[in-house]
Design a protein around this ligand. Structure first.
Ligand code: GLC
Length: 523
């Protein structure tokens, strides 16, 4: 246990910088704001904060379109503000993880402007340019994740460029060695500044087929699904060569000692686990999003846990994610009662948990009226649920009109009612107190933070598993349905997701209330 790294031992907390804390009254969160809220993270007990992109960006995709990989967008502050935040985080023992967006830059990045200047530009090949198809039109059938073709015509040079997302997000060409080394230098720039790691955006998409073959149709596509999903990503994602790039990134990160490489990956579990890399030389943590899409039943979640654990390569450290800035919030997906059960699940599973800001107070998706929609994913394909604004609304700190987030009109509405940090501050039955208790319990218990997971079982609507380390044995029971009893070995209840839990010494049939989660220490 002593040998666990900080990112194995601790919890990652995702901050969406636009929505955490505004310090300069423009309705958008910023770095000084985040620095002013570090108390909250310390009190919660997390180990690291991961910031969604803060680099200069025209914000076509809210920072996931970077126009300078080595700066800070003025909206968020300056490099000095960044250093200040890093220093204050480190002084508290908090690690800081940056988002790294390598698949594409902004179309305003000087590299792309140069690349666009003509076919003979020294940076032409830093992006992916193709002639029209022999009969004219787009080079192949590849589709953008945000709707329409992935190819954009450039009249001046008579070629198309590839954009897997918006046309304002041209894909970088990782087959070009100069681009590759320039991007690895970006990692060094931030590592030299002291950052503790990176969450790498769409890491499985970084390399595309060098023969530009058409993607096959997706037989599973149905109306109402994203138009991108009409085709399978056979030639545009998860290509074998991507692992060489990730290994290079990993070598750079490892060169700085105890730093972390996380990969954003939406793939089935058997493919996901290949991102640990050969001999563990890939990402330390290929993000595991299975709980995000899981049907919320004991049997489904049990199956997911067993399959994931079985698929992990030797020595690979697991991780679990309940929510992020691209997905509906957990409290909206499963409801307030089950969100408490979900918190207990996330914080008792084996492996590093990632917590999305606001979920610790039970924030729900905020409905966004059509005229206030910001997200290009929604604007391009309205009405089919692609919009990500509802889960990106500002953090609710207190009960004042601006909810303690901003004095100005916030960039997204705060929504009516809803929880706040202040309202839950002294409420032992609140979601915040539950998170604090769960985290304190996890961090103080070797079986929970570092032990094995065993006996993953389903009893009616109850998911049960044990965490063990040496003589320490912890039983977790999560009731995803109505009241029922489960037979347990002798032990004592340490924590319930529900208030007024009797101080139960258990042995034999143990009654669980509806939507109750329990953690027991077994004798
Ligand atoms: C990732 C990000 C998402 C962004 C996309 C394109 O999936 O999480 O927010 O829109 O990449 O960069």
């Amino acid at each position: 246990m002593e040998s666990l790294a900080w990112w194995q031992r601790g919890i990652v907390y995702q901050v969406y910088p636009r929505s955490f804390q505004d310090s300069n009254g423009d309705g958008v969160g910023d770095l000084r704001g985040i620095a002013a809220r570090l108390d909250h993270l310390s009190a919660l007990g997390v180990q690291a904060l991961w910031l969604s992109p803060i680099q200069p960006s025209p914000m076509a995709d809210f920072g996931y379109d970077v126009s300078d990989y080595r700066g800070i967008d003025p909206l968020f502050g300056t490099l000095d503000d960044f250093d200040h935040l890093l220093q204050h985080a480190h002084a508290r023992g908090l690690k800081l993880i940056l988002d790294f967006v390598p698949n594409h830059s902004s179309d305003r990045h000087p590299w792309f402007l140069d690349s666009c200047s003509g076919r003979h530009s020294a940076k032409r090949d830093w992006y992916i340019w193709r002639d029209p198809a022999p009969g004219g039109g787009v080079p192949n059938n590849w589709l953008s994740h945000f709707g329409g073709s992935a190819w954009e015509w450039d009249e001046a040079s008579g070629q198309y460029y590839l954009h897997s997302f918006l046309k304002e997000q041209p894909d970088l060409n990782w087959r070009n060695p100069e681009l590759r080394s320039a991007m690895l230098d970006v990692l060094r720039f931030w590592l030299d500044r002291g950052v503790d790691g990176f969450r790498v955006d769409v890491i499985w998409l970084m390399i595309k087929d060098d023969r530009f073959r058409d993607n096959p149709e997706n037989p599973g596509w149905r109306p109402g699904m994203s138009s991108h999903d009409r085709l399978l990503d056979l030639y545009t994602g998860d290509l074998p060569e991507v692992h060489d790039i990730i290994a290079e990134m990993r070598r750079v990160v490892d060169g700085y000692g105890d730093r972390l490489l996380i990969g954003e990956i939406y793939l089935p579990v058997e493919k996901l686990v290949t991102y640990y890399g050969r001999d563990g030389g890939g990402a330390h943590l290929p993000f595991n999003f299975q709980l995000i899409r899981a049907p919320w039943t004991a049997s489904e979640v049990a199956r997911i846990i067993r399959d994931y654990e079985a698929a992990l390569p030797a020595g690979a450290w697991p991780n679990w994610v309940l929510g992020n800035h691209d997905q509906p919030r957990i409290a909206s997906r499963v409801g307030a009662a089950q969100a408490r059960v979900a918190a207990m699940l996330l914080l008792t599973l084996r492996g590093t948990p990632t917590l999305y800001y606001g979920d610790e107070i039970g924030m729900t998706d905020v409905p966004i009226p059509p005229e206030l929609v910001q997200d290009p994913a929604e604007k391009n394909q309205p009405g089919i649920g692609m919009g990500r604004d509802p889960q990106r609304t500002p953090m609710r700190w207190d009960e004042t009109p601006g909810r303690g987030f901003s004095q100005a009109k916030p960039w997204l509405p705060m929504g009516q009612g809803g929880p706040s940090v202040a309202a839950q501050h002294n409420d032992p039955s609140g979601m915040l107190a539950l998170h604090q208790s769960l985290i304190a319990l996890r961090q103080g218990n070797a079986a929970l933070f570092g032990g094995a997971i065993e006996a993953v079982e389903v009893h009616g609507d109850v998911l049960a598993f044990r965490r063990t380390s040496g003589a320490e044995r912890v039983q977790v029971l999560l009731n995803m349905g109505e009241a029922q009893s489960v037979s347990v070995a002798a032990g004592r209840v340490l924590l319930s997701t529900l208030p007024d839990a009797p101080d139960r010494v258990a042995a034999g049939p143990l009654p669980l209330r509806a939507a109750e989660g329990l953690i027991l220490r077994l004798d």
